[in-house]
Design a protein around this ligand. Sequence first.
Ligand code: PMP
Length: 361
Amino acid sequence: MSNVYNFNAGPAILPQPVLAQAQRELLDYQGRGMSIMEMSHRSKEYEAINNAAEAAFKRLLGLDDAYRVLFLQGGASTQFAMVPLNFLPAGAVADYLVTGAWAEKAYEEAGKLGQARAAASTKDAQYRRVPRADEIELSESPAYVHITSNETIQGIQWHAWPEVRDGPLVADMSSDILSRPLDATRFALIYAGAQKNLGPAGATVVIVRQSWLEQASKSAPTMLRYATHAKNNSLYNTPPVFAVYMLNLVLEWIEDGGGLAAIDERNRHKAATIYAAIDGSGGFYRGHAEPDSRSLMNVTFRLPSEELEKRFVAEASASGMVGLGGHRSVGGIRASIYNAMSQEGCDALAGFMGEFARKNG
Ligand code: PMP
């Protein structure tokens, strides 16, 4: 058993039962005398994992054959390019809702490949919130509208999806996928790097509406076309077999734990515990996000000085709470409390925060 509480932003905490099962199966997968890492991706064993993972994803999101679930590589960062390469033809405009560092990256990448427009930006509000409905100015007929459902660095999250009329909605859900119930049918495409809520780094999940896929550009390089991977059941080239195996175990763990409604309830309770420690500190801790946009996955806050922040991180770490330093670009503190983080871990952090404030406030 792990004896630390892991608050890393990604790669991040994985469910202990999943790690234990992977350990049990590591040397001898299903009596084959070898690890799943050592088997052909064309083997019936791997094919079963690949199919099970797609099926579990669809069950969790209530999706039917109108959607495909693909397991790719290159991280969410490659999706920043793949989305416009496939869906932003010359002469069209893609609208980006710029809510933080990751949305900015997606927007800038699209701008290298086609015409991208910031239909809203909360940069002037220091990315403390998502835009209000009256701040979003969509293009006449955008090729798609891109959002970042959870900004991992700033710690802000969309809690109600923006109204996009008939613009196909595309979302980077890297840091909150499968953390709450989701009507995925509102989206034409969803993508996520696996290394926060889904498994180890190395796999990238793409959920794409079949009818939209059929409209994609055919001129993008083979590996960068969604159609290539859809046609080949995510087995066009060698997939990240171990990462997908782990992801499949994580999906089983989510289903066994009661699915997205149950996980959402636990996640809300966990986040409330830490936000209460911020709000109850008499101003010692200052949350970055405005209350309506607070992330349930990445809780970001500041202390009265950088020196105190350094001490906070060091003392928390000495008490077994690791990974609490904010992203290097913004500093401060960030507690990432993905699906696999327990309530116990959040209680421990809240307790530590109270004590630290009393000693240093
Ligand atoms: N989008 C979001 C919201 C992220 O949090 C991250 C990684 N932290 C990325 C994109 C980039 O993902 P990757 O490292 O898998 O390319």
